[in-house]
Design a protein around this ligand. Sequence first.
Ligand code: BTN
Length: 233
Amino acid sequence: MTIWLRTTKSTMLDAAALAMRGEAHGTVVVAEEQTEGIGRHGNAWHSPDNGGLYMSIILRLPLTSDAMPVLTMALGLGVQRAVDEFCGVACDIRWPNDVMLNGKKLSGILVQMVDKGTLIGGIGVNVSQPSFPETLREIATSLLIETGRAYRKEKLLERIVAEVLRCSSLLTERGKAEIIRLFEERSTWARGKAVEVDGRIRGVTAGLNEDGFLLVQTDSGVETILAGGVREV
Ligand code: BTN
């Protein structure tokens, strides 16, 4: 089931409320506009009217909390594939799950656990914003800006939902190692990228460990990055 809303605070909150009332795996809440869009690390997610696809999907998966980092990567892989195939572009994924197009962020993903086995995958995709506020201009982009085309959000949504459900099933059926393998294959950020993490660690990415954490080779050894903002240097 897909529920389209005009305006809401955050589709993550709506999907969580529906999940608590028993709505099924795969139920999606989408809004044209969010007034309090939630991003990672306590940031807001810029969610203007007529710009992006703001969707949250209920995932009922037999996963424990240790699989959460890899689940967020699985969602990133799903969004990457859906956008690539639907729009004929070649997105990258910046660890852990920012979908990038031509070096700028096109999509952000946030996973929250509602209850044991019930998760909400929140996905924001910049579709038709002609521009971004000053503070985001250097780091964010949209499909319209990169391709010059206006895509139908309904069709893109269908593809994203299908791919996100497929990649989540891959995780539950084949385990973390398969998602990590795919991520290393489809992200230029997993290996050999000179990065800085949260302005404190500098080094070169050296793959992911078995829990999906990023390894960074620094001058003083290998650091395991559990969370944080990674940028290229
Ligand atoms: C990030 O900071 O990269 C994650 C952003 C996630 C944004 C999406 S938009 C749909 C859903 N509703 C929210 O309030 N947040 C997520």
